[in-house]
Design a protein around this ligand. Structure first.
Ligand code: ATP
Ligand code: MG
Length: 568
């Protein structure tokens, strides 16, 4: 992008977040030759969650905004936990969110040779040494922020010996944990990360890309900044927990960079959400222990789970836009995300009728064997969405909850001798009920007003309640999965002494069989379609759904939109 445009943006746009402002200033100052290159650096050790979506929106978003580029870099430095399954899912999720890295797909493992060479150079320059203490000994010598650490007895090992040992570490001569390569920096530094941080450890586990070529693997702090440098990344945007790592990032990067180009780390606040967890380790545990059905279980805070549940990319991006980027940790209310989902689905979802808890209703004065097709709006928010027809007949299903034999005063739904409107059809009046041996209502008897057909003058009559319904003879059976929040407590981190699994919401999934849906819903139940079951909520077919056994996920219960719609 031309520099002029950057300057324009810088001057004009008061709505830049603080990261964008830093980028704009750097571009205006001509840093890195006026180049902007960010990166999103997932470790392929799990599926992406909505916290990652926040980072993705930042990394790709800022590049888009200022005409730069964003790399996708897999931070694959720990072969024990990583897998191609995760690589594939990460790529799918980023694309689904609407971002693209073009041909800039990189792997930290591609830099293992260069990093290894850099490590050799630092050893030769007396800036790194091989330690052979146990990790416990090393930890015990670290000191505390106020008490300086104790130097390792191997700190002053001669260069030749360090070179020899490091090469033998990589040749596979030593067991895991027996040796590490450490940077020789400052055991008394007030920044704990400067107290001779570990650069390399021995791992004898095949890597998903490099196989058994390496026996030593770089630590995050030794790999990340250098990978940024090798790729030409100018702005390395990450989350606040890396603030104390930044001096070390700069320290290692200085070994490579000069004034003409030097990557820079900038930190923003993580996304934390109420009623869920954002730790990949915990999410993996839920998956492995079968406490959820998989990484894409619709209750999971993963991108794949939200996709399966029926969230749209736009709703996730809108939510992230609204919570914004700051330098302070916060806990975001999950209802803000839910609001964003409803808002988007309200605009795009196709309306149809489904009865979740059906009770049969017989219209005594409607001719037997007759079927009329009623015209239904597909989406009142979007006239271009058109209409579909829905069969009406003598026997229909309505929700059991929409009828009360002895209703309280403000009950505006169906009750003996009361009238309601059947949405898009006729006004009916209850004439009686039939009950089974247990006293449960098995049939509601009604009469309809033939002049009240929707759209005809007789339908203008004021009737308080409007119900959804499905023609019994035409209804298709379906199963619905009703999801609720994954955890029963708002903030699991408030209970460090409790096992997080104990705080799971036992009612996070309710399966309801025998749901009756109108034929239009059944015919259009293809993967990814978004429906609003009138008065119930937003639904999408689950991946397990087949034409012979329809299964719908409830994306979100409906809130107030019905109140507005029912009077139309
Ligand atoms: P871990 O490192 O513990 O495995 P992680 O969630 O940090 O887990 P990474 O794959 O390292 O996973 O994350 C990739 C990028 O996503 C990093 O830049 C990280 O800062 C960012 N990120 C991770 N979690 C969040 C979050 N909750 N909010 C915003 N950004 C996040
Ligand atoms: Mg991380």
């Amino acid at each position: 992008m031309a520099e002029n445009n950057n300057l324009e943006l810088n001057k004009e746009n008061k709505n830049l977040n603080f990261v964008e402002q830093i980028v704009a200033d750097d571009l205006a100052a001509g840093k890195n030759g006026g180049r902007l290159n960010t990166r999103f650096p997932p470790e392929p050790n799990g599926y992406l969650h909505i916290g990652h979506a926040k980072a993705i929106c930042m990394d790709f978003g800022v590049a888009e905004k200022f005409g730069g580029t964003c790399n996708l870099r897999f931070d694959d430095t720990n072969p024990v936990k990583e897998d191609v399954e995760y690589v594939d899912s990460i790529k799918e999720d980023i694309h689904w969110l609407g971002f693209d890295w073009g041909d800039r797909e990189y792997y930290a493992s591609d830099y293992f040779p260069k990093l290894y060479d850099l490590a050799l150079r630092l050893i030769r320059e007396g800036k790194a040494y091989v330690d052979q203490q146990t990790s416990e000994e090393i930890a015990a010598q670290k000191g505390t922020p106020t008490v300086p650490g104790t130097p390792s007895p191997y700190r002053d090992r001669p260069v030749e010996e360090n070179l020899d040992l490091f090469q033998r570490m990589n040749a596979g001569e030593f067991e895991e944990g027996s040796y590490v390569l450490r940077a020789k920096i400052d055991m008394a530094s007030s920044n704990m990360h400067f107290r001779d941080p570990i650069m390399y450890r021995i791992i004898k586990h095949p890597h998903h890309r490099t196989g058994t070529r390496w026996n030593v693997y770089p630590m995050y702090d030794f790999a990340h900044g250098q990978s940024d440098y090798f790729e030409g990344v100018t702005h390395s945007i990450c989350t606040l927990e890396f603030v104390p790592h930044r001096p070390l990032y700069d320290y290692f990067v200085r070994e490579l960079a000069d004034e003409s180009y030097c990557p820079r780390q900038i930190e923003f606040n993580r996304l934390n959400l109420t009623y869920t967890v954002m730790s990949k380790r915990k999410l993996l545990q839920l998956v492995k222990e079968g406490l959820v059905a998989g990484w894409d279980d619709p209750r999971m805070p993963t991108i794949s789970g939200m996709r399966r549940r029926g969230f749209t990319p736009r709703s996730i991006r809108n939510f992230i836009d609204r919570i914004g980027y700051t330098k302070y940790e916060a806990l975001n209310d999950i209802s803000l995300l839910e609001h964003a989902v409803r808002e988007d689905l309200n605009a795009i979802a196709t309306r149809g009728m489904a009865v979740i808890n059906p009770v049969k209703l017989l219209i005594e004065n409607y001719p037997e064997g007759k079927t009329e097709m009623m015209e239904m709006e597909n989406n009142p928010e979007d006239p271009a969405a058109g209409t579909h027809s829905m069969p009406f007949s003598r026997e229909i299903f309505i929700e059991r909850d929409d009828f009360m034999e002895n209703p309280p005063k403000k009950f505006f739904r169906l009750a003996p001798d009361k009238e309601v409107r059947l949405k898009g059809a006729f006004i009916i009046k209850c004439t009686g009920v039939e009950k089974d041996a247990d006293g449960n209502i098995s049939l509601i008897r009604c009469e309809y007003d033939p002049d009240s057909r929707s759209g005809m003058p007789g339908s203008q009559r004021k009737v308080k309640g409007t119900l959804h319904w499905v023609s019994a003879a035409h209804a298709v059976d379906a199963t619905v999965r009703l999801y609720d929040r994954l955890f029963a407590v708002e903030n699991t981190s408030e209970y460090p002494d409790r096992d997080f699994r104990e705080m799971l919401n036992p009612d996070s999934l309710k399966v309801v069989e025998g749901v009756k849906v109108e034929p239009f819903l059944a015919e259009n139940a293809v993967k990814g379609v978004k429906f609003q079951f009138q008065r119930i909520g937003y639904f999408t077919p689950d991946y397990d759904s087949t034409p012979d056994h329809l299964i719908f996920n409830r994306t979100m219960a409906l809130k107030d939109s019905w109140v507005k719609e029912q009077n139309k």
